[in-house]
Write a protein that binds this ligand. Structure first.
Ligand code: KG4
Ligand code: ZN
Length: 342
């Protein structure tokens, strides 16, 4: 089954063609970083407008790179939520139009499930059940994943998401946007033990997270130790390395605890923050020590893409799940299995 996936939930316009939820024929991503960097964050109205301009060319490129024509497709999958509603609607309207014209089946995909499912695009995919950490700009969620359509939410952030903490800290320090990748690069030059930032809820029984206190701790530190003087570059690097270490320690600690509690033996990482080099390094070591199998997508499949949307679309369509042409966008969207019980 050849599925076209479309993703426009935030500031990346993406399209992909995936065969049978496993083989990637093409994956095209058009980033809006240049548009939003001047504002230090995503401006929703500008994001929607940029999606409108980019979505058809991106889709055409995905079809062309895959060597596929519309008549070869078996279904269309599109991100339905969570995300920015104005942005989501651009992808959804495009997918609906395509489905109406081609009469192909259409299915709305949960963005977070699309992040997880890219782990199945490797030669050595995880087997169910497994523990998953989805860590992105809007979410920090831990799941027990029993099947493609069966996810139990075990914990989530009570305030800022981990990616949001990276982005807000970078903005605070005037480092630019998007903050995660900038901090990741700069932290490599710093000492992660220079400043003892708090590891919130690290010892609590709960699998929830909290990152807003860390942001406050950075602000308090800056008030006491302003970043100026001759060694400002080294001190900035030390600060971001120490900040990153605090985020990573909590993510690693909670994920490992969840995996041990679930007794699944496998831990899957997903979402933009899974691209973080320190997180990848520390979780690898911790998983190895605990005898837990770790799955992390290649970096370009951690950040927003349509490959996971097409793959998830396959799993939904092949189980008979369909969306109607009147499907809506959702800024908040629980997993399908949770929705079934609402
Ligand atoms: O999954 P994603 O592309 O979009 C959302 O669904 O939010 O994640 C974007 C988030 C942003 O907060 C970005 O700063 C963060 O992922 N990110 C990183 C890295 N690359 C992207 N955070 C830390 N280190 C990175 N290398
Ligand atoms: Zn995402």
């Amino acid at each position: 089954m050849l599925i076209l996936g479309i993703e426009t939930s935030c500031d990346e316009t993406a399209a992909a063609i995936v065969k049978d939820g496993r083989r990637v024929l093409s994956g095209v991503v058009s980033s809006q970083d240049e548009i939003h960097s001047a504002y230090g964050g995503v401006v929703p109205e500008l994001a929607s407008r940029a999606h409108i301009k980019a979505v058809v060319p991106v889709m055409d490129r995905a079809l062309e790179q895959a060597g596929v024509e519309l008549k070869d497709l078996h279904g269309i999958a599109v991100t339905q939520g969570p995300g920015l509603v104005g942005s989501l609607l651009v992808g959804i309207c495009t997918a609906k139009s395509m489905a109406a014209v081609t009469r192909l089946p259409l299915v709305g995909v949960n963005h977070l499930e699309a992040h997880i499912v890219v782990n199945f695009l490797s030669d050595d995919p995880p087997s169910f059940p497994f523990t998953a950490l989805v860590v992105s700009g809007g979410h920090t969620n831990l799941y027990l994943v029993k099947d493609f359509l069966e996810l139990d939410l075990l914990g989530q952030t009570r305030d800022d998401a981990a990616g949001e903490a990276f982005d807000k800290t970078a903005k605070l320090l005037g480092l630019g946007y998007p903050g995660g990748i900038i901090i990741d690069r700069m932290a490599g030059q710093g000492n992660p033990e220079a400043i003892a930032f708090p590891r919130a809820m690290m010892d609590a029984d709960s699998l929830d997270f909290s990152f807003s206190g860390l942001k406050t701790a950075v602000i308090t530190h800056l008030k006491k130790h302003p970043l100026d003087g001759p060694d400002v570059d080294r001190r900035t690097a030390d600060l971001v390395a120490s900040f990153q270490e605090a985020v990573v320690d909590v993510l690693v600690g909670k994920s490992l605890r969840a995996a041990k509690m679930n007794r699944t033996g496998s831990l899957v990482l997903a979402g933009g923050v899974a691209a973080n080099s320190r997180l990848r390094q520390k979780i690898q070591t911790a998983a190895q020590e605990a005898g837990i199998r770790l799955f992390i997508p290649e970096i370009r499949l951690c950040t927003d893409n349509a490959t996971g949307v097409a793959a998830m679309g396959f799993h939904l369509l092949s189980r008979g799940v369909r969306s109607d042409l009147d499907m809506d966008a959702y800024s908040r969207m629980p997993s399908r299995c949770i929705m079934r019980h609402l």
